[in-house]
Design a protein around this ligand. Structure first.
Ligand SMILES: C[S@@+](CC[C@H](N)C(=O)[O-])C[C@H]1O[C@@H](n2cnc3c(N)ncnc32)[C@H](O)[C@@H]1O
Length: 278
């Protein structure tokens, strides 16, 4: 059940610093607000209602696509302002209002892999259901990833799906498509289109097309706007069950000796073959 969160960085003071005697670590004598912040970031990583956004570009896109923030922390406010001015002036004001300063020692405890750009955030996930997708009319294909294993691939797929204007990205299997690694890979573009996990691979009103190295050659104009384009997992490809249910199986032509493309690359080729063939 999604929890309700306040927007902005309420409750987070503008400058949080550990007491002078503090040594980095959860029991290092930080005051209770710092410990609460560290705990908030730790628990958000596995919270199905929250998203951890690591780095400037992820937060930039989340701002552009109207994410609701719970906390934004930076260890270098002036570097952050310079980055925003140089790379994304449109989000500079929002970012300066949202970001609270923390020391580098505290910042390093907010992620197992603290982002080089010195900014990290928690935002509310955007929740979508299969029923909601079925009722939303869109003339663009949806992407279905069957049991993807690499979070970076999921993120790269979300990113290209956002770029190409796909209607949604749906995943099955055990990998959470909103996990922090996937959000890093998408640069926060999970907020640009519906991204959801589902137990089944059915979306009402969509034509299931298996994108599979064993199919017929893909050519421009072959992918309809109402397609549900299914892609298999990195190691084992599409399941026999899904291939059997597909209306068509399409292969991206490759040179002899090449077994397959990377998952996100295959999604990119299929989506842009639709987009450029429109
Ligand atoms: C790394 S590939 C999986 C390779 C797997 N060993 C197989 O034989 O299908 C991951 C997914 O990307 C897509 N893919 C990769 N190369 C493709 C190609 N040349 N044509 C169609 N789909 C491809 C398929 O959906 C595939 O299941």
């Amino acid at each position: 059940m999604p929890r309700a969160y306040a927007t902005g960085s309420e409750g987070l003071p503008k400058a949080i610093a550990p007491p002078p005697r503090g040594v980095p670590g959860r029991d290092a004598g930080y005051d209770s607000r710092v410990l609460a912040l560290i705990e908030r970031f730790r628990s958000a990583r596995n919270d199905p209602s929250r998203a951890v956004l690591e780095g400037f570009h992820a937060i930039k896109h989340a701002i552009r696509f109207s994410a609701e923030f719970e906390s934004v922390a930076t260890c270098d406010a002036s570097k952050l302002q310079a980055l925003a001015a140089q790379l994304a002036p449109d989000v500079a004001l929002a970012l300066s209002r949202l970001a609270a300063s923390v020391t580098s020692a505290v910042f390093d405890q907010l992620s197992p892999s603290p982002p080089e750009t010195g900014v990290i955030a928690i935002a509310k996930r955007r929740v979508t259901t299969l029923t909601g997708l079925s009722s939303a009319r869109s003339a663009a294909p949806m992407v279905l990833l069957e049991s993807p294993s690499h979070s970076g691939n999921i993120g790269a797929v979300v990113r290209v799906a956002a770029g190409a204007g796909a209607a949604a990205v749906i995943t099955t299997g055990t990998n959470d498509p909103w996990n922090p690694g996937a959000l890093r890979g998408s640069a926060g573009l999970h907020y640009a289109l519906p991204v959801l996990h589902a137990d089944t691979a059915d979306v009402a009103g969509r034509v299931l097309i298996a994108v599979d190295p064993g199919g017929d050659d893909l050519a421009p104009g072959m992918i309809p706007g109402n397609a549900l384009l299914a892609f298999g997992s990195e190691r084992s490809g599409l399941s026999a069950e899904l291939r059997a249910r597909a209306y068509a199986r399409l292969r991206i032509p490759m040179q002899p000796g090449v077994s397959s493309l990377n998952l996100a690359t295959a999604v990119a080729v299929a989506l842009y073959s639709w987009k450029l063939g429109q």
